[in-house]
Design a binder for this molecule. Structure first.
Ligand code: ZN
Length: 437
């Protein structure tokens, strides 16, 4: 008797990521949102009776990509402030606009727009940091996208919270409320060393340890940040965080552009993770993270888009390719960050950073079915010697045809399933008009 299943996918190639290489003519079987089996296509059709069978000829099935650092709601600031360095961009443009406009409605609409863009581009999970995470959570749930919600903390007041204690209290209350949502997880998200006091970092360290949650923070993004830290604290930011006990396997440092050998050693020794955001680092002229040195030291790496205000795409195919090229070009080593390693960073590496690698990040039985089909049919993809090479060096997000999150179809033949593009465009236009009024 055949075993029942919900979905039988028959792509030309399965790229499990967990193990290197590619499985040709294999099937992925999904039941109850979970990957039930990965086996040769013939054997799968003999063994399983699936409600739906989908042939994906010429396509590669990969684990959903994970955006390890974003501010989803800021998609409403896409193109709002270009061609400025970080502090001018923040002080003169972004922070004043946020002060005036950030609200639950802004965050809900912006996060929905970002979720639509990410899902259509093969991103099934993101690590988000923004005000009103409650509204972001509602949007991710509406979109059916997996997310780690950042419990954002700053010392200064915003429309969302009055001081660090208030930010923390609001974040923790939200986590209590939503911690049983299967698609949502939580991380502490102190914004950056230059916006967080020692006292607050201390509290977050204790809470993160007690609750077993990641800490997600911007770190060593610019030369100015390091200079200011030396002036104010007498040490560079990472040294300060190390002294405060913040560094550990639950620490996700975003950017890590300006890190010296000792600091790379600190990150490696403490088992920290780095969210490498190559486009954002280039666009804000912050610099290029020393990825080759981080990898040689054994630091786990994932990729982030950062926000659509500093990128301006939430496109992990673009980040994978750029990360691989920059790592080679800046180190003089063409062998560093090969395609398989770049794909692994964008999936399993990011999952490990979020402490979600037991659930997502690769195509193996027992994990949740976050899956993406990428079309390698196009003439621009011919011929295909190695699908993994093509996924990083050739394919783009426009080649994503189908996306499942937790076994549920989110993109069907390049069409979003439960989000309405016209409605999202109307909301984005409404906010553009408000921002320019
Ligand atoms: Zn950021």
């Amino acid at each position: 008797m055949k075993v029942t299943a919900d979905l039988l996918l028959l792509p030309q190639w399965v790229v499990p990521v967990e193990s290197d290489g590619t499985l040709a003519d294999h099937a992925v079987v999904v039941r109850d949102g979970c990957i039930l089996d990965v086996l040769p296509a013939d054997a799968a059709q003999a063994r399983y009776d699936a409600t739906q069978t989908l042939a994906l000829p010429g396509q590669a099935l990969i684990p959903g990509l994970i955006n390890l650092h974003t501010h989803a709601a800021m998609s409403l600031f896409r193109g709002f402030a270009d061609d400025l360095p970080l502090m001018a961009w923040l002080n003169d443009r972004i922070w004043p606009a946020e002060k005036k406009h950030s609200s639950e409605a802004f965050v809900r609409d912006g996060t929905l727009l970002a979720a639509a863009e990410m899902l259509a581009g093969g991103i099934t999970c993101c690590n988000d940091m923004y005000f009103f995470p409650q509204a972001a959570g509602e949007a991710f749930l509406q979109a059916g996208m997996r997310a780690t919600l950042g419990m954002i903390v700053l010392e200064f007041p915003s429309a969302y919270a009055s001081d660090a204690d208030d930010y923390l209290a609001k974040g923790l209350a939200l986590r209590d409320e939503l911690k049983d949502e299967p698609l949502l997880t939580f991380a502490f998200a102190p914004h950056a060393p230059y916006t967080i006091s020692d006292t607050t970092f201390g509290r977050i360290t204790t809470l993160a340890e007690q609750l077993g949650l990641p800490i997600h923070t911007h770190i060593h993004e610019t030369v100015d940040e390091i200079r200011d830290s030396l002036k104010q604290y007498g040490v560079r930011p990472l040294e300060r965080l190390a002294r405060l006990g913040l560094l550990g396997p639950n620490f996700i440092g975003v950017h890590a552009v300006h890190v010296n050998e000792a600091e790379i050693g600190l990150l490696a020794q403490h088992g920290c993770h780095v969210a490498h955001c190559p486009t954002s680092g280039l666009k804000l002229a912050s610099g290029i993270a020393p990825v080759a040195d981080l990898l040689h030291a054994g630091v786990n790496l994932g990729f982030g888009t950062d926000s659509a205000a500093s990128n301006n795409r939430l496109d992990l195919f673009a980040e994978m390719r750029l990360a691989a090229l920059l790592a080679k070009g800046s180190s003089g080593d063409a062998a560093i960050l090969p395609a398989a390693a770049a794909l692994k960073a964008a999936t399993l590496g990011a999952a490990r950073a979020l402490n979600l690698d037991g659930r997502i990040g690769s195509i193996v039985p027992g994990k949740r079915a976050d899956l993406v089909a990428v079309d390698l049919h196009a003439l621009s993809s011919q011929p295909v010697f190695d699908p993994v090479s093509h996924l990083v060096y050739v394919a783009g997000r426009e080649d994503v045809t189908h996306v499942w999150v937790d076994g549920k179809l989110k993109l069907n033949d390049r069409c979003l399933v439960n989000l309405e593009p016209d409605d999202l465009t109307a909301r984005a236009t409404y906010w553009r008009n408000k921002l320019t009024a």
